[in-house]
Ligand binder design. Structure first.
Ligand code: LLP
Length: 433
């Protein structure tokens, strides 16, 4: 079997995961640099080098650390950030700010100011309130910023309702009501400090079908045509967002990248030809697709509770705080018992997290070898939206992150300690007595 060493341990990115658990402790996020770089290479080969006038940015909300910024920069991709915190991380990592796109549906004055001062490449303006703030900040700072408008094309992706974004009833983007969008485009065309480069849409996440991207492009191309005819506005850039799905379990059948990108490029050509428009620069911004499968999380099994004729719960030393996705989206994961790779999967258990919360179940009905306390569980495809969505619920310190490069593990985020949990706390003096 692949990924099993002579000790019958699960190996990930060439490292014995049981040894990693021993060295760094559990729960532990393990991320493969090689797998991330492979995905970036695929983006170059099947998109950036295949088509003219295209760009790709990594949606950093999926997983962001300063080390990750360095990897993305060296792969020649841009970075999509969605908050002052993500932007600050990128700035501190020395990421070239001209390759940063700043998203978000409620950016604050301070966040926008940070972006303007640091000459962020594109601000993806979500609403009129934000446009007003940006006008003021750019005037104050005496800068000219390039922006895209995020629009909602009115298309619903087939994914969990919490991660669809392109439908009409959405908190994201400017609705495509003709008067509204015309007014706002006309307004920025007159602005001295803001240059509108084009439009952005993002339809949802963990998507497996390319037809909705085609539909999105059809809607935006129509908008481009109307704005060209009505206002003489030429769209130079079109950002089609991210959302390409990955494999979590055998139920998922992910498509190769080019299944999406070829469809996007074909649709752009067809639509622009139909409406007699110049081809804009096309941008994609995948997050999950780049890091999701490049991560595993290691846990130690503790209590094993058999409820006769019903089920057996095997509890791990983490759960909902380091991976809220099963509780939030009913997300499914697959896992292996890392120290028992040669044993038959003769039993079925439910993997329970350690939070005081009945919903803290990581995996229902996982086939495993007979389990005992101390076994190491490796949950697969946890590279995206696990570390980045982790919390301290029940005051569990957040796990460390180890990056594996050429079979060498390197700590890139330290494990939180109990003292870290108290770091920002202050007991008012009157309570100290
Ligand atoms: N661009 C924009 C504007 C986005 O809002 C997102 C994700 C992406 C790109 C990247 O999407 P991806 O390629 O990673 O699917 N926490 C959820 C996912 C939320 C995604 C939000 N936006 C989850 O754990 O499934």
């Amino acid at each position: 079997m692949e990924n099993v060493n002579y000790e019958n341990h699960f190996t990930f990115a060439g490292c014995d995961t049981v040894a990693l658990a021993e060295e760094f402790g559990t729960p532990l996020y393990v991320v493969s640099e090689e797998m991330i770089r492979e995905r970036c290479g695929e983006i170059r080969e099947n998109f950036l080098n295949k088509y003219k006038n295209v760009k790709a940015a990594y949606a950093s909300k999926a997983f962001l650390t300063m080390a990750m910024c360095k990897i993305i920069e060296s792969e020649g991709l841009g970075l999509d950030v969605v908050s002052g915190g993500e932007l600050y991380t990128a700035i501190k990592a020395g990421f070239p700010t001209e390759n940063i796109m700043f998203h978000g549906n409620n950016k604050s004055w301070e966040e926008l100011e940070l972006a303007v001062i640091n000459d962020v490449g594109r601000i993806i303006v979500d609403n009129i309130y934000e446009l007003d703030l940006l006008e003021e900040i750019t005037k104050q700072q005496n800068k000219k910023m390039k922006i895209l408008f995020r629009v909602t094309p009115g298309i619903k992706g087939e994914t969990h309702e919490y991660i669809v974004t392109g439908q009409k009833d959405s908190k994201f983007g400017i609705p495509l009501e003709p008067e509204k969008i015309n007014d706002v485009v006309a307004r920025v065309m007159d602005s001295e400090n803001i240059e509108l480069m084009g439009f952005h849409f993002h339809l949802g996440s963990q998507l497996f079908e390319n037809h909705i991207y085609k539909a999105g492009i059809e809607v935006i191309a129509k908008l481009m045509k109307d704005l060209k005819e009505g206002l003489g506005f030429i769209t130079k850039e079109l950002n089609a967002g991210g959302g390409f799905g990955i494999r979590y379990t055998s139920e998922d059948h992910p498509q190769p990248l080019h299944y999406f990108t070829d469809a996007i490029m074909e649709a752009v050509e067809i639509q622009c030809c139909k409406h007699n428009l110049d081809l804009p620069t096309i941008i994609i911004e995948p997050g999950r697709w780049i890091v999701g499968e490049a991560g595993v999380t290691l846990y130690t099994i503790g209590s094993i509770k058999e409820i006769p004729n019903i089920r057996t719960y095997a509890s791990i030393d983490g759960g909902l705080p380091d991976n809220p996705r099963p509780a939030l989206y009913k997300a499914k994961y697959d896992a292996l018992v890392a120290n028992k790779m040669n044993e038959e999967l003769s039993t079925t258990v439910t993997i329970a997290g350690k939070c005081c919360e009945s919903g803290d179940i990581l995996i229902w009905d996982l086939d495993t070898p007979p389990l005992e306390a101390g076994d190491i569980l490796a949950v697969l495809s946890t590279g995206a939206y696990n570390f980045s969505m982790a919390s301290n619920y029940n005051r569990l310190p957040r796990p460390a992150v180890v990056l594996i490069n050429k079979e060498h593990p390197e700590l890139i985020v330290e494990r939180e300690s109990y003292d870290h949990l108290l770091d920002r706390e202050i007991i008012p003096s009157y309570l100290k007595k």
